[in-house]
Design a protein around this ligand. Structure first.
Ligand code: AMP
Ligand code: MG
Length: 411
């Protein structure tokens, strides 16, 4: 048996990021930016008002107060989206809305609350009485005050968050150069599997792994480009590998990697030079990975065990880092936090346990509880959804007692 770390190194060895593509802004969410974003526009693009109010010459309202207000004649109106080239003359004010360009000649904006005009929708008045003086530049947002055109605003390697998308839009982009999303093929194996919702003949079970794996793939920002369910014959599986490899960067299989008489992934993989390992972990001991060569195109295959909880744990431990590397994020090793067992449960001596658990944040720290009385049984798919994360128990331990220290990985 090998350790989790040794197997992770094996599976991720040689995995590098995919090529860059140009995607429409809204489709780039969650990808890694492939190039620096240089501002094509300054932000703000023009000098504008920070307030709804009146653009003035500050000198005209110097010393104005409630006791000695100043009245100016209204020159014109500039709403957001409009602009004016007319030079403001002394003794005049231009009504202006937030975001509208400061007209030439004006050097400050008096907010509407500091005038005799009521806020909100109003006819353009003939004059305005101002109750507060201000300095030149007050309530004015300078062109380029946030960033200048030509500045690097977001660096290559950043994750495209909604905030990055918004920054990109503000500096003139409608597409972004990003690392392509990994394309994934998902193949479930097992003659016992039928579509969810179908009546079950004796010995059959619903295929719950396909939906789990495909959903996890998408939740980590990758695309599912192929889904298939193979029986337990190598020919059938080989054909699915060929179909999946046409588009996929990565193929994930479930089942058939263990010691059974019909473990088809292993049988076929052995002839193709795959590595099959037993890993010191529970659940998820049998694992496999390799590469298939279809018409000269090499596609990585990661073969997970069949038991659904093993699938989940193995996906988190081994597939997530592969997807992460392909997408340009780096391997992103799991970050655990210290936690305390909230109750007793059993573990398997000699193998490190990764049990789906429910965490409760208490005054005494994070307490964790199994999702089911059989703790980390690898078949407990119907209660896996209750888990808030995985709990790691050291391999020497065969029984966890309430109060014992464990490591919790929030999911
Ligand atoms: P295997 O390694 O193929 O023997 O599978 C181990 C266990 O996982 C068996 O009980 C299988 O029936 C179960 N299993 C395998 N594939 C799936 C699947 N796609 N959905 C649900 N259970 C599965
Ligand atoms: Mg099987």
């Amino acid at each position: 048996m090998i350790s989790v770390e040794e197997y992770l190194d094996q599976v991720t060895a040689g995995v590098t990021k995919l090529p860059a593509v140009e995607l429409p802004l809204e489709q780039a969410a969650g990808c890694i930016l492939a190039e620096d974003l240089v501002a094509k526009l300054a932000v703000p693009p023009f000098t504008n008002s920070a307030m709804d109010g009146f653009a003035v010459k500050a000198a005209d309202v110097e010393g104005a107060s409630a006791d000695s207000p100043v009245t100016l004649k209204i020159f014109e109106d500039v709403a957001a989206g409009a602009s004016s080239d007319n030079e403001l003359q002394p003794g005049y004010a231009t009504r202006i809305m937030t975001g509208a360009p400061i007209p030439p000649g004006a050097d400050a904006v008096v907010k509407v609350e500091d005038t005799n005009i009521l806020p909100g929708p109003q006819e353009l008045p003939d004059e305005v009485t101002i109750f507060a003086g201000l300095k030149p530049g007050k309530n004015i947002r300078k062109a380029g005050g946030n960033v200048q055109a030509g500045e690097v605003v977001v660096e290559a390697g950043a994750i495209v968050t909604p905030q990055v998308m918004s920054a990109a839009a503000s500096i003139g982009y409608n597409t972004l150069p990003v690392i392509r999303r990994p394309r994934v093929g998902v193949i479930a194996t097992g003659t016992e599997l039928v579509d969810p919702g179908q009546p079950l003949e004796p010995g059959k079970i619903p295929d719950s792994n396909s939906i789990l794996i495909a959903g996890l793939v998408r939740s980590f920002g990758a695309e599912v480009v192929y889904q298939g369910r193979s029986g337990d014959t190598p020919d059938c599986l080989a054909e699915m590998y060929r179909d999946a490899a046409r588009e996929a960067d990565l193929i994930i299989t479930s089942g058939g990697v263990s010691a059974g008489a019909f473990d088809v992934v292993k049988e076929l993989g052995m002839t193709a030079g795959f590595k099959f390992e037993t890993v010191r972990m529970q659940p998820g001991k049998p694992q496999g990975h390799g590469e298939i060569d279809v018409d000269g195109r090499k596609v990585k295959v990661v073969s997970l065990p069949g038991n659904p909880v093993s699938v989940y744990v193995s996906f988190i431990l081994y597939v997530r880092p592969v997807l992460s590397l392909l997408a340009g994020f780096g391997r992103g090793d799991l970050q655990g936090i210290p936690a305390v067992a909230g109750t007793d449960w059993k573990s398997t001596k000699g193998r490190r346990q990764y049990a789906p658990m429910i965490a409760k944040f208490t005054d005494e720290g994070v307490k964790v509880y199994p999702t089911h009385s059989s703790s980390s049984g690898s078949h407990l798919i119907a209660t896996l959804h209750r888990a808030t994360g995985l709990v790691r128990v050291a391999s020497e331990v065969d029984e966890v007692k309430a109060g014992d220290a464990v490591v919790y990985y929030p999911m």
